[in-house]
Design a protein around this ligand. Sequence first.
Ligand code: 3H9
Length: 719
Amino acid sequence: MARYARAHGPVALITLTNPPVNALSAAVRTGIVESVSRALQDDRVRAVVICGENGTFCGGADIRQFSGPMSGPPLVPMIHSIEAGDKPVVAAIEGVALGGGLELALGCHYRIANPKARLGLPEVTLGLLPAAGGTQRLPRLIGITAALELITTGRHVSAQEALQLGLVDQISDGNTVQAAVKFALSVIDRPLNPRRLSLRTPACLPDAERVFDAALAQVKRRSRGAVAPVACVQAVRVAATLPYERGMARERELMGTLFTSGQARALQYAFFAQRNAGKWSLPNGARWNITKPGEVRRVGVIGLGTMGRGIVVSLVKAGISVVAIETKPKELEAGKIAVTAMLERDAGRRGVAPPLHLLTFTLSFSQLRGVDLVIEAVFEDMELKKRVFSDLCKVCTPDALICTNTSGLNVDELAAVTDRRPLVAGMHFFAPAHIMRLVEVVFGAQTSPESVATVMALGKRMGKVCVAVGNCPGFVGNRMLKHYINQACFLLEEGATPEQVDQALEEFGFALGIFKVNDLSGLDVGLRVRKAAGLIGPDIDPVNPPRWRKGERYCPLPDLLCQQGRFGQKTGRGWYLYDSPGAKEAKPDPEIRSFLEDYRRRYGITPRRLTSQEVIERCALSLANEGFRILADGVAAGPEDVDVIYLFGYGWPRHRGGPMFHAAQVGLAAVLEKLERYHRLHPDVPSLQPSPLLRKLVAAGSPPIQQWKSHIKKLSSNL
Ligand code: 3H9
């Protein structure tokens, strides 16, 4: 699908037509090959412009077609024939030129961009490298250092930056296609060889070896086990040292190994999972995604603690007017100073004015009269939240939505104290709320479809990735997290150290091991949750706290640490030691080792040597096992939603897709077998018992993850 026209005198216009992003499907490639050949053969044509329909040049290769057999003309010779042709070809770049789209533009002799265009080679984020000549042509155009950065990060650049880099020749003022046609007319008789990037030699880099070694070390550090960034560096290295043809051969070879890798499959799954998570019709029949969201112009935020501040910043940055409320002047002033500073810093970085005019700071609830929606972000305490909710009903208009920012409290219990149960929903933000992208949008038993639609749309405007989830203790993310933390603590009891567990998790790809995460968020947070859940009383027995609670194994180690005042980074001591309270570098603490040894002695536990494999299996598979239970309960719409929550809220490595994708990749039968084995060894840990849904999926022949939803519908009596 590419339209050919000769409507501009000697200039032929080729328009890619494959909405929404004009991806280079087999049909588009066929269209381009035919159109280019026609233009080159037509004597009346002396120059060519390539553009995309609907203001988008091209989003790259069609990712959906990666899973099927290759059909249609391949990209590399197609782009080569454009570059080698004897008529100048100009790319008119509107919207995006990404991946194969930018590689197509690099094969053209000139590039003209719209001021709002974005360009980049994001293949690395899909577990690939730019394999249509991108790793070889880009360094020859913009230099090795800049090309390395763009290719290994996948970063998109603006048209202005592209012009500075030399990636585009001109930014158009008005209509980009017309500007490109005019430009094409002006270059008809110019020699083409200097414009053919494959003929160029990359600019010499004096200390190339050092640059590449440093780049390799940097991507290895940053990519946490992802292989594509390393392959990107290797491909660009060849561009710097060998002729173009050798470079193309190496690019093809590296792509061959990446293309069929599990990491590429995981990253491409994550790409679509992220986009599908917003399409949140649940298996219980609720079809909120076809409901029109209500308009939100003004939002109230109650509480200016860490979460409240982050939420206010995200709202204001999205251009939404905010009434921010605290109960005491001192807290209000502290919140105001912090929010203003955050907005000023952000605006400074972007070179714009901070949108402070959108903010009202007040102690008075009466200012909430005109708001369309309120986000309550007070302390995680049910009674306090209930009081705030009933106060809100007295001042807000009857049609205003009331949302609670909670990490696991019962949304229905809160809705029950209001006069508007259909207008109550949960919004579980993650700290820091102005940076973390995930929001779990929690619907209660009576939350209306329109309310969920409105909250989802608001989250999207705030730049968040929203996933609609059911109301149960901990919702999806924290309900699963509980089992993950439990396993990690059991491993300590059995013989591991915090640093051993964390190292295994970080080698698996987590940004931080679970004990470092605990230290970062504060061990007192978990303590409060366990107290609220009735797992521990107000006092903890410092000598022999029970290791069984509510009929199952319980690990009192975190409680004992809290009792010693070890709350993590903020106290300078937690699972690790820090140089001072608030310091970030976690150091293994010999005191923790003797604390663990003493604990094991007291309970008669003979420590054993634990392998990284056991650490990963018990942590990752217990997460997935609870994920299956969540799916069977209808609390999440599908495995993709669970995975998106873990990717965006819990630091799960993207190149491993998510806990449910990981289970599918390990193989459901193997997961079942491993869980059965671990449960036999630890019969007092019910969460290791394979979930009925996992068993049923295995019995159904372990269908691919994309088909689980239909099996869940058929298999679960709840749905
Ligand atoms: C490549 O090019 C390999 C080559 O080097 C050489 C190989 C030999 N294919 O994100 P949105 C769909 S690899 C298929 O919601 P936005 C997307 O799924 C490719 N479909 O919109 C969604 O579908 P639906 C390198 C694609 O405005 C719809 O378009 N390219 C593709 O927020 C709208 O997407 C990339 O990595 C695609 N390439 O963002 C670019 N792209 O409506 C990937 C999008 O059914 N794409 N779709 O849910 C993006 O980054 C963003 O989609 C983009 C638009 C910035 C383009």
